[in-house]
Design a binder for this molecule. Sequence first.
Ligand code: BGC
Ligand code: NOJ
Length: 811
Amino acid sequence: MKFGYFDDDRKEYVITTPRTPLPWINYLGSEAFFVLCSNTAGGYAFYRDARLRRITRYRYNNAPLDSDGFHIYIRDGDTVWNPGWQPTQTEPDSYRCRHGLGYTVIEGEKNGVLARQEMFVPRGDDCLLIRLTVRNGSGGEKRLSVFPYLEFCLWDAMDDASNFQRNWSIGEVEIDGSAIYHKTEYRERRDHYAVFWSDRTPEGFDTAREAFLGVYGSPARPEAVFGAGCTGSVAHGWQPVAAQQHELTLAPGGSESILFGLGYIENPREEKWAAPGVINKARAEAMMARYAVPGAFDAALERLKEDWAALLGTFRVSSGSEKLDRMVNIWNQYQCMVTFNMSRSASYFESGMGRGMGFRDSCQDLLGFVHMIPERARERILDIAATQFPDGSAYHQYQPLTKKGNLAVGSGFNDDPLWLIAGTDAYLRETGDWSILDESVPFDNDPLRADSLMEHLRRSFGFTRAHLGPHGLPLIGRADWNDCLNLNCFSEQPGESFQTTGPSEGPVAESVFIAGMFVKYGRVWAELCRRRGLAAEAEEALSAVEQVEAAVLDAGWDGAWFRRAFDAFGRVVGGKECDEGQIFIEPQGMCVMAGIGSRTGEAARALDSVRERLDTEYGIVLLTPAYTRYRPELGEISSYPPGYKENAGIFCHNNPWIVCAEASLGRGDRAFEVYRRTAPAWLEEISEIHRTEPYVYSQMIAGRDAPSFGEAKNSWLTGTAAWSFVSVSQAILGVQPCFDGLRIDPCVPAAVRSFRIRRRFRGALYLIEVENPDGVQHGVKELYLDGKALPSALIPVQEPGRTVRVRAVMG
Ligand code: BGC
Ligand code: NOJ
């Protein structure tokens, strides 16, 4: 069942009922001011850091679900309603929500009044703009009262949700004309405030929640809206809010718009005050003035759309498949931008308080983002590298606001260092900007301990090489990519962190997955050395890689698939002798992508085992059989009920690894089949089962052992976005950025006869046509650049500004 439809021309998903299976959200803003906005106008805003600079409040576990946000109430006689249905849940006569790229438009209609609520964060400014347009389609005059309402968060979202004894005494606001300023803690150490404003003088306002909603009131039935109107309350402590009341009289056919804004302002310390106790509003007033100009709202929205069109112009496919095109050209790339910005911090499943930026997560997010804005990728790589320790290990997470490593989680996730090579590699291939390797980057954020990025990568590689276990495989530490495989933790106490309990440096537990990474990214490291004239170091690195590769084919091979690990007692994890968890997906994907066993047959055998044992109609499960009891020697993975999350859920992130792996063996039919199974556009039809947004990937779909098989959770913030884009753009469609040019090496279903791609690469535009006259799955027999045959599958780098035509004939 569908709850809307794709409008590809407008790059929108159009939701046609407010009762979606779960709130379906969008992200507004892509620089510093961010808003999560659901299809019923629920959500929240923050500046840079969803934990430390939360601007509005949101209650994740609320019932009814999703009732905090950016709601506007319309009172029309006895009827009170919202354009997006929530929170009053008054049934609208019609409803539509258009989630577009960086903007959301909600339209509702009730008793002849059409209300449109348009929302976006303009480029270059730290504010959310909301324009409400009401049109009177009834035959008679309409007198409407309009009440926008939002609830401020007292900045630190974690503290705000727990430290009530302090917080209920500190809330402060200032009211100035049509603006409400939230200035809690500005009197002391904060130099920032938030402002809510409208472009016309309201008839009333409230800033104390209990005045607007009532002490026992709820957003579904605010006392002010249902009763005598706003009271002019001034919040002192308790819960500061911004609510206004606007009275409109509309003649039949008449319409009016009101612009609302929610801004974030920082003042230099010496310019904090206009008068004692009165905040300096100059910057806020300038912000309001920018959008008070007629046409400013539309111009800013237009600019946002143009920016997105330009960004997406870097990679565009015309495949003849509507679903494939919309995933590749619009939604997958859009999600890559969001994961790049958010890492795993703020979504409707990530509270914004738990995790900051993940080291491995952000490195992987780069893979799907780097082609869009390479300069931002460059900056990110340097930020991430600065959280690396001098021995090559790394903080697992860092806070985006401070860019400092997160001490509470610390390091010890032994895959982390190698992902830095992966991210840098993607950047170098995309840009050819080798100067990044010479950038001086601190270790552990300490400017006194800085060295080149090249040196950081050397230590990444060196860390793994220096931490091998009894079988010559890398030690796993606290966990590898699979955060839940905690082989050194042995947690027995409820509430303990699975990851950070126990020693981080078990000397026995080894990871075949990290071994695969070491082979894959160790070869990259060796190539970087070679290109920098370090031939001896390159040779030495390659020989270390070969040793680990041999260890994988020896101790890491189980007979029909790659084993997963060795536990702290040296016992196999992910092998046929295990009673549960016999085969895991991760090492199959990573080892085959690394080329291990491709000549000797293990690679193909391992992928056949994946198909035989792990495949389901909704995607490939992470392992099988699921663990049915808790095993302290394996950790969090066995804590999940069977079929959920890492315990045999369909963990979407590693499905595209199988796509890449299959493509590396030339198996295009299978690669595409795996791709399609988890791709949102193909799941749209079963939204009542899948439940999360049909335009973005989710981290996890419940596996076949779960009672809710097929139900997704944790939409938006997942490495699935980046890896899916890599798998479809590079492995399937075969446009591969390389150090020396673009390689064209598609691996497609035999039935595909042709497709076209537009790719901007290092400033030149490549118009690529691929033909497949013989219906093969892999192989390019002829390649032409502007009509001239090329000797290999590589198109050399073209002059910036040039447009070239490429024709590839498969066969
Ligand atoms: C989840 C993992 C996640 C980890 C982060 C676990 O509870 O299952 O997916 O990576 O938490 O700490
Ligand atoms: C989600 C985490 O963000 C990611 O870092 C990890 O690799 C996966 N879960 C698997 O555990």
